[in-house]
Design a protein around this ligand. Structure first.
Ligand SMILES: [Fe+2]
Length: 317
């Protein structure tokens, strides 16, 4: 065991009032002992996203650390920069690559990201029946400025609602679907065809009970959720807007300024996050490596699990 490992060495320094803590005293490249893993688990449950500065892991060390906390998933559709020898690692070397794959140039893709498909805040793979439990994202290279990531605490957002509204939303469900809000291009739209061929949708509780902490989580985001079930259109729209605004109020969020080598480890059940929508031009590309840990089917306050709609099968990636 390397020097400085062990739970006693783990420092937890909160970054914001309700979410985010910087961890010190842990070298992620060393196999953490059981006490360290337990301390980090507790910190993750409490602070929802943990930041580790200056780690400089390679793929194998990134995966080995992730495995101490769960089972990494191997995503079939990964970007072309992802390492072939590690199917559990997704690498993003250019966030605009996706647009190019579907015949859009940089400007069009940026514009469409901004106004339609990627309205921003999301949990990873939230339209699946079993969204990942956690994500570990590591920065290899980041622009000098302007590529921050933000996270919001969905337990704090729920807690911050008035008691009558909490009682009302407790019993509701919402449909989460990949590609909601996307407006097709005029003429040929390869991305729309892709969306139609890979539809993914689930009915999730609007208030999810965290499987470890028992906290109630306001399970909404603008990326996957289009409507609340059983309400009229006139009721669903304004309520959803209200809940989305609630979820990302600044007092429930934290913002992280990346440096190369940093790792962010978040609870993908208790948070939503916002990736940068614009990257300043410069000589430092944004190269990020992501590992996600398998999650379970969400359960509502009534004890009932989410239901698949289409394209979702637990455990199949
Ligand atoms: Fe994400």
């Amino acid at each position: 065991m390397g020097q400085g490992t062990g739970a006693a060495a783990v420092g937890v320094r909160p970054v914001a009032a309700r979410i985010g803590a910087e961890i010190t005293g842990v070298d992620l490249a060393q196999e953490p002992d059981a006490a360290t893993v337990a301390a980090l688990r507790a910190a993750l449950l409490r602070w929802k996203v943990l930041f580790f500065r200056g780690q400089h892991l390679d793929h194998a060390a990134h995966l080995a650390f992730a495995r101490r906390f769960g089972e990494p998933v191997a995503v079939r559709a990964r970007g072309s920069y992802s390492p072939g020898e590690h199917p559990e690692i997704e690498t993003t070397a250019d966030r605009l690559e996706l647009g190019g794959r579907y015949g859009m140039d940089r400007d069009e893709w940026l514009e469409r990201r901004r106004h339609t498909l990627l309205r921003g805040w999301h949990c990873d793979h939230g339209a699946r029946i079993d969204p990942p439990a956690a994500t570990l994202l590591r920065a290899e290279s980041v622009p000098a400025y302007g590529a921050d990531t933000c996270w919001a605490n969905l337990a704090a957002a729920y807690e911050g609602l008035s008691a009558p509204l909490r009682g009302f939303v407790d019993g509701l469900r919402a449909e989460h679907r990949l590609g909601v809000g996307y407006q097709p291009r005029a003429g040929e739209d390869a991305y729309l065809r892709h969306l139609l061929e890979h539809q993914t949708a689930s009915r999730h509780p609007l208030v999810r009970v965290h499987p470890e902490s028992g906290e109630r989580l306001l399970f909404v985001n603008g990326y996957y959720v289009e409507r609340i079930l059983d309400l009229t259109r006139a009721e669903s729209g304004p309520l959803l807007e209200l809940l989305l605004a609630q979820a990302v109020r600044p007092e429930y969020t934290v913002r992280f300024r990346w440096e190369p080598g940093d790792v962010a480890f978040w609870d993908n059940r208790a948070t939503i996050h916002l990736a940068p929508s614009e990257l300043p031009a410069g000589d430092r590309p944004r190269i990020m490596h992501r590992v996600m840990l398998a999650g379970e089917v969400p359960v509502g306050v009534d004890g009932k699990p989410s239901e698949p709609v289409t394209g979702t099968e637990a455990g199949r990636w």
